[in-house]
Design a protein around this ligand. Structure first.
Ligand code: SAM
Ligand code: SF4
Length: 333
């Protein structure tokens, strides 16, 4: 077996799978409030198709999967897909990224199907602000989802918090307190310009050095943490005497592209070698042909760029490739 290694020597053992571009929320950093257009269901990969792509990827060294979306829990029968993926030889870890709204009802079944861990998106601890950011749904449901995930054994629970200047930056201290007091890992994420041509991004982008300033001001004694299982490109910290921990995902102020080990599969069947750039290879023509699918995955390695250029975009500098026009919900984050 020839592993999936790109031109820069990076081995790819991690596949993020978006199972739908639909969502029950409309987070302001991800989708417009109205008028979002979704792929017709006949354009989506079936669960059989996804299993086929993963079988080939696993035979080339992929061991870790993350199921995402859109909101993955709005697609019916997700536990059945996870059961099938977890039975594929070579697959060692399956995680899910969800907004948590439907997790209360599904956590136990997902765990029984073979799901190992969840990341739950939570940008605010205030119900009214939740409604402002997510535009739909209720914070209470997310909290129920977090409890159900913990009760089902889907830990360590990780919370994904996108920090937005002028919107939720005043909650950094509360999120740090949550991580200090509970067995949770809070991942602060920089607001990324994915599929955004708008200036809204520039005005709400917040560099995550702000989190370290708040931690210091709040009197936490923090130190860098290493080897957090499944954390991927996260800069992790612990607080002396604290139960949980926190991480910083800062693709703009300091990117982790050198250690990138991930490929993405969109719900409509495209392998995306990089989150940021436009390049995609659609798997549909390779379905049913193992050798064609292998060649497609190797081609993804050949076209994978060295790094994204979100920092250059922030600085209004020229870009070396064409950025994607897909939104985060269409790629899977
Ligand atoms: N719906 C699920 C959720 O929200 O967790 C999974 C899909 S969502 C696209 C995956 C992750 O991307 C979430 O943690 C979300 O907060 C994050 N995200 C979406 N748009 C983003 C943006 N423009 N910048 C940074 N993170 C973003
Ligand atoms: Fe939906 Fe997740 Fe995008 Fe929010 S971030 S709109 S929950 S896909």
């Amino acid at each position: 077996m020839l592993q999936l290694m790109d031109r820069f020597g990076r081995i790819h053992d991690y596949l993020r799978i978006s199972v739908t571009d639909r969502c029950n929320l409309r987070c302001l950093y991800c989708m417009p409030e109205e008028g979002m257009e979704f792929a017709p269901s006949e354009q989506l990969l079936s669960y059989d198709d996804i299993v086929e792509v993963v079988e080939t990827a696993a035979s080339l060294g992929v061991t870790k999967l993350r199921i995402t979306g859109g909101e993955p829990l709005v697609r019916p029968g997700l536990d059945g897909l996870i059961r099938r993926l977890s039975a594929i030889p070579g697959i060692k870890d399956i995680a899910l990224t969800t907004n948590g709204i439907l997790l209360g009802k599904q956590a136990a079944a997902l765990k029984a199907a073979g799901l190992n861990r969840v990341n739950i998106s939570l940008d605010t601890l205030d119900p009214a602000r939740f409604r402002f950011i997510a535009r739909r749904g209720e914070l209470k449901k997310v909290m129920e989802g977090i409890e159900a995930a913990a009760a089902a054994g889907l830990g360590p629970i990780k919370l994904n918090c996108v920090l937005l200047k002028g919107i939720n930056e005043d909650e950094i201290a509360q999120f740090l307190k949550l991580a200090y007091e509970h067995q949770m890992h809070v991942r602060f994420i920089e607001y990324m310009p994915i599929g955004h041509a708008d200036d809204n991004w520039r005005s709400h982008y917040l560099p995550l050095s702000r989190v370290l300033e708040v931690a210091e001001a709040e009197g936490y004694r923090i130190s860098r943490r290493t080897n957090v299982q499944g954390n991927g490109p996260s800069d992790d910290w612990e607080m002396e005497g604290g139960v949980g921990s926190f991480g910083l995902i800062h693709p703009i102020s300091d990117h982790f592209c050198k250690s990138c080990n991930r490929l993405r599969l969109t719900a409509d069947g495209s392998i995306k070698p990089c989150l940021y750039w436009v390049d995609e290879l659609n798997v549909k023509d390779a379905l049913g042909n193992r050798s064609a699918m292998e060649q497609l995955l190797y081609r993804a390695m050949d076209v994978k760029p060295e790094n994204h250029e979100m920092a250059e975009k922030l600085a209004n500098e020229a870009q070396s490739h064409m950025p994607t026009d897909r939104r985060m919900s269409q790629i899977g984050g």
